[in-house]
Design a protein around this ligand. Structure first.
Ligand code: FAD
Length: 318
């Protein structure tokens, strides 16, 4: 099987891919299979599986008392990635993150992934803890995705954390993509500094970039242009999220620091129900996809977030 980097670097048409989230702790994997079954007819080039750090939550323990416990709301990324590959024989890309992991824990995860021959990764810093105002690495953990790229590169050379050798498994080492932000990462001091951070990740070996969601294609095109000027020459895969609920209209700009273009904002302001938003969001996403495809982007990558039916509809139109 070719690596996802090779697939994206060698394609001469616009591919399709999507991301799934592991189920909430205690829920079954069947919902993910349901999403994949719907989207499989569109021949996904790869499927990504997100990773979620643990966080502190308060659990009721009886008598009106609560206990503060550390909990991973969506565990199981590695197992889910493996299960998907076994069931569908599609390249799968588990996300690996710094957030909430020590370097040793990351190394154990890399060993698991290596034993399972899951060699395509998306390398990320990961979201900050919900209780922190800014990102704080776990003790013994990493600060930036670039440092995680370096850890993976050393692993690929057969070196563990303290310089011990390990036996490489499978036919090839890990290959990976990284995240990019057409509207700048929220913490970056400037677009230029954010691009320097992205370039560093590419110089370390990232074979492609997947972007944060955006709703204005011009922002993506400008981002690609600025990346090329900065010497970032790997495929840049646009990330797409069809709007589907009234909550999306305020939550997505707030959570992902993205702007809606005026025309879209005006149309959303008139929506009164989730169905209204879904109709506008679907039409907008189809427009985005058609234009991106006409400009020969390497792949249309969807953040599914339980919107398989909506994405199925969009893909039929595109
Ligand atoms: P980095 O590349 O480390 O950048 C983080 C910030 O630090 C940026 O502002 C950058 O400019 C700056 N920076 C980088 N290097 C340096 C340096 N050396 N010195 C100074 N500043 C620096 N989150 C999850 O928790 N799980 C997921 O599965 C997940 N999947 C995602 C998938 C995609 C496609 C995208 C776009 C995001 C995803 N995220 C996920 C969210 C992501 O982890 C957050 O946006 C996070 O805040 C930044 O991650 P990053 O990998 O871009 O970080």
């Amino acid at each position: 099987m070719r690596s996802v980097t090779e697939i994206l670097q060698q394609t001469d048409r616009t591919l399709f891919s999507f991301e799934v989230l592991p189920p909430l702790r205690g829920k079954s994997i069947e919902q993910i299979y349901g999403t994949i079954d719907r989207l499989l007819p569109f021949d996904p080039a790869f499927i990504e599986v997100t990773t979620h750090r643990s966080d502190f939550v308060y659990k009721e323990v009886g008598n009106g008392q609560y206990q503060r416990v550390e909990e991973r709301l969506r565990p199981g990324t590695v197992a889910i990635a493996y299960a998907i590959r076994q069931k569908y024989d599609v390249p799968v890309v588990p996300h690996v993150i710094c957030s909430g992991y020590s370097q040793q824990e990351t190394e154990y995860e890399l060993l698991d992934l290596s034993f399972l021959d899951l060699k395509d990764l998306l390398v990320l810093r990961g979201d900050k803890s919900k209780q922190d105002a800014r990102f704080i690495p776990k003790e013994g953990g990493l600060r930036y995705a670039s440092e995680l790229c370096e850890q993976i590169n050393r692993f690929n050379q057969g070196l563990l954390l303290f310089g011990e050798q390990h036996e490489l498994c499978g036919e090839r080492p890990f290959s990976y993509g990284v995240a990019g932000y057409p509207e700048k990462h929220e913490e970056a001091m400037s677009m230029a500094s954010d691009l320097r951070a992205l370039k560093r990740k590419v110089e370390l070996g990232a074979g492609y970039v997947v972007t944060q969601m955006f709703f204005d294609n011009e922002k993506y095109f400008q981002f690609v242009e600025r990346c090329r000027e900065a010497g970032i020459n790997v495929p840049i895969v646009p990330g797409l999220k069809p709007l589907g609920t009234l909550n999306h209209c305020t939550a997505l700009p707030r959570t992902f620091r993205v702007d809606f273009p005026e025309e879209l904002a005006n149309r959303l302001e008139k929506c009164r129900t989730n169905e209204d938003v879904k109709a506008v969001g679907t039409e907008w996403c189809i427009r985005q996809c058609r234009e991106l495809k006409s400009r020969d982007v390497p792949c249309l990558h969807f953040y599914t977030m339980n919107a398989a039916t909506q994405i199925e509809h969009i893909m039929k139109e595109v």
